[in-house]
Design a protein around this ligand. Sequence first.
Ligand SMILES: O=P(O)(O)O[C@H]1O[C@H](CO)[C@@H](O)[C@H]1O
Ligand SMILES: O=c1cc[nH]c(=O)[nH]1
Length: 235
Amino acid sequence: MSTHIEAKPGEIAETVLMPGDPLRAKWIAETFLENPVCYNRVRGMLGYTGTYKGKKVSVQGSGMGMPSAMIYFHELINEYGVKNIIRVGSAGSYQEDVKLNDVVLAMAASTTSGMNNSRFINSDYSPTADFDLFIKAVNYAQNNNIPIKAGNVLSSDEFYNDDPEEYKLWAQYGVLCVEMETAGLYTIAAKYNIRALTILTISDSLVTEEKLSAHARETTFKDMVKIALAAASMP
Ligand SMILES: O=P(O)(O)O[C@H]1O[C@H](CO)[C@@H](O)[C@H]1O
Ligand SMILES: O=c1cc[nH]c(=O)[nH]1
């Protein structure tokens, strides 16, 4: 048992899918895993372990934003021996051709967070995806005709921004979409030498101002989950 997770040793798999939303974790476990068992209810941040095609896999909510998610990443890695984390999140599109429900693989994560400023003084660290997980995800998507986009994403500290035009600068430099955890995930994964990948589904568009319902964010991102489970279970 760690401070924020009540699982016993051995109850969490080496590979964990991580949505921010704990109810998306419940939906993923109950929809895609065989024999899912809930191992965490502390703070309502649900976590489950089951099997997928015979392989033990866990799904754990991380909460919203880096301060919350980093707690779960840290405890999973350091107290439960987790080796692969695949974030399965929602995101807001910054580009006209990145549309609602599109799947985006985060090759790298820019950030507005000061998280790394105290680690890399006067320098900028570039948090990047694990190449092996990334290739597995791309191969599965291509072999199963699931359209994907891949590139730089922004991990922001704010969901609501004072300036609705601010995204245009990031967009001009090719950033595909915004979410709130990946820069932290890729950084801590590098620090502890584990593998990490973020797969996102577009739930909002900063360009068109369209958005999906809360219910859709919880229970409809099937392509993203299939890609994540394929990457998780490939040898
Ligand atoms: O859908 P999740 O995984 O929570 O991800 C995105 O959604 C939340 C904001 O609504 C933030 O956590 C952001 O990163
Ligand atoms: O616009 C969005 C949508 C999801 N997550 C974000 O951080 N921003």
